[in-house]
Design a protein. Structure first.
Length: 101
């Protein structure tokens, strides 16, 4: 997975918040060297993301992170009244969960 400028801001914010660097690395599915590069500004920023935009502390694992993205998409579809799109997002998330990656 390639880290973006926004990822780097989140990494910097998580480190500033006091997260364990191995948890930050696990959140992004990256090795600690990529996290160190982000902290050194090698992804185009030294700016930290705002605390209220940071993910929860701890290492959810890459699969958990991906699944949450599908759930968020489903919730947005439900809020828009689109049950079919919500169902499809959840089904896609479950399918992705069971892939051996």
């Amino acid at each position: 997975m390639t880290l973006t400028v926004n990822d780097a801001k989140t990494i910097i914010g998580m480190a500033a918040r006091g997260d364990k660097l191995q948890d930050v690395a696990a959140w992004f599915g990256e090795n600690p060297a990529r996290i160190d590069e982000a902290l050194k500004g090698e992804y185009g920023t030294n700016e930290a993301a705002l605390n209220d935009t940071l993910p929860p502390k701890g290492a959810p694992g890459l699969k958990g992170r991906r699944l949450v993205a599908f759930v968020e998409k489903a919730l947005a579809a439900l809020e828009a009244g689109n049950v079919k799109a919500a169902t499809e997002a959840l089904q896609a998330g479950v399918k992705r969960w069971y892939l051996h990656e």
